[in-house]
Structure formats: C-alpha cells, structure tokens
Design a protein around this ligand. Sequence first.
Ligand code: PEP
Ligand code: MN
Length: 339
Amino acid sequence: MIIQLSKEISSEQKEIIIHEVSKIGYHPSEVKTQFAHYIIAVGKAEFDIRKIGNLTGIIDIHRVSDPYKLVSKKWRVYDTEINLGDNIYINRKQLSIIAGPCSIESPEQIDHSIAHLKANNIRMMRGGVFKPRTSPYAFRGVGLEGLKVFSEKCKANGIKIVTEVMQVSQVEEMHDFVDIFQVGTRNAQNFNLLDALGKTDKAVMLKRGFSGTIEELLQAAEYVFSNGNENIILCERGIRSFETAYRNTLDLNAVPILKEKSHLPVIVDPSHGVGLRNYIEPMALAAVMSGADGIIMEVHQCPEKAISDGQQTLNYPEATQLYSHLHQAYALKKSFNGV
Ligand code: PEP
Ligand code: MN
C-alpha cells in the first residue's frame, strides 16, 4: 500500500498513521522524495482501506500488490516525465535520443561529438569516463578530470550529460558535472550504489543487469525511488543468452512489459543490445515500435579508431540517417496509439 501524505502533516498525525498501519499487520516505511512524502506499507492482510484512508494528513491511498510499489503503474496512472532543465525532458510525448561515444577520449573528440549532436538537434550526450572493462588491461576511462572537460563543453553548448557512475564514492565527486547518472549493467544490483543515487537530485538511468529479470530491474528502481529520487529512467540493453552470433540478446519484450508495469520512462540501448554496427538501425527502429520512449546509442567521428566498442558504433552519416528514421518511426507508433 502507498499512502501519500500531505505536505503539512504533523509528526503526531504521522505517528497515528504508522501505528494504525502496524496494527493491521503491515510494515510501514517512510519515504520522502524531492516531490512528495509517502508511507509504504508492505503486508498481506485484508483490510478496509477507508480505515486508514480517512486518517488526517493523508492525501490519497492506493493498494499496490506488486513487489515493487512506488515505481508501479498501479498507483500512478500518468507516466513520469523527467525534467532535466533548459527545456530538455525525457518522456514528454517526444522521442528522446541520447548519442555519443562509448568512452570520452579527448577534448577534440568531445568537440566533434557536440558539433554532430547540435547539427542533429540532439541535446543529450552519452560518454563514459569511468569504464567497466572485462579486461583490467583495457582502457579504463579519462576519469574525473576528463569529466570536468566534458561537462564544461556540454554546458557551454546546452547539452546534458549521461555518464556511468561505478561506485558510491564517485556520486558526490561527479555530481556537479553530470545530468543523468548511468548505472551500468554490471552494477544493476549494487544496492549501496542505488541507495546513494536515491539521495541525489540528479536523474538516474538504470541499465538492466545482463542476467537480471524485468522484476529485478524494477526493484533496482524501487531502491532509488524509496531513497528519495523519483527521476529514474529504465534502460533495456540486452541480456546474456546462449546465442553467440551477436553481443547480447536485446530483449524488446521488456519494453511493453515495463511500460505496462511502471510509470517510469523506458529507453533502449541497441548499441550494447546487439553489439554489431550493421544491426543497430533495425533494432533501434524495432525498439521505437515496441514502445520505447528513447534510444541511447554509440556514435563516433571515426568508429574504427574508437578506443572502446567501435564495432557497435555508428559514424555520423549513419547516425544522422538513423535519427531521422527514428523520428518517423516514433510518429508512426504514436499514430497507432492514437496519441
Ligand atoms: C556503456 O553504456 O558504455 C556500458 C558500459 O553499458 P552497459 O553497462 O550496458 O554494458
Ligand atoms: Mn560501450
């Protein structure tokens, strides 16, 4: 059950609610986010909802039978919109495109990428500065100093930054230079990191764990929300399967299912999802048709020379063509939905 509390609730009124909730056998937890104040109560007993709902200090009360609560669509029927500032939103009835290199490599590379994004009217750039690499000998990223340059250049050009945070101690260090913290697939169940990101005021993009279920992704989002941060984006980026013909199995089934189960925006990463340049376009288009609110993809001025993930990175002409196709697909999809 989710109990939405009034902003003016007194501590006595809150205590009464907590007491009544415990009395019917439910376990209450208080959640305060940047937007609202809730009590989440977990339990199984049948009860008359009016018994709680009529208490003073409550705006609304909802039964949510899902194992995750606050990220469920069962209580919030409208979709969450993320406001990144400067008139940049995710999920405001338009397709969000986030593009950029796998790794930030140099100031010149950032300049090229920004010029490409601006030419295509894209206002969100991806680029890792802390890279989780399978081999310890591979390039690990330009780190915090590189992030500062990345941030300075993006700020000067009105572009928002999406970049991966790998550990709790980085959340504070990176905070001022990031617009969306990305949690990578390898950290999908790093609960300490999710707790810490719940306490920031920056948006969080959660990638699905490569062996994670849809429910586990939603529970990861619940960690962030219940720690106080409602600005969460879910990202399908492929899961590991028995197939070896491509890098990951992009699970587009997850998109309509996530959209039905949760009010959070869902974006798809076809770059890591299929992992091979030739198949990025069809899979990105399929993602839009499956209902994705956005696409995050790897682009580079010269993918052959990219330090990481060049094999799945589009060059600028390829990317430019894909953006235009994606917008067409999104318009078509919207017309099917009658929006
Ligand atoms: C990335 O986006 O560069 C990345 C490492 O993604 P993932 O965590 O999905 O592998
Ligand atoms: Mn990559």
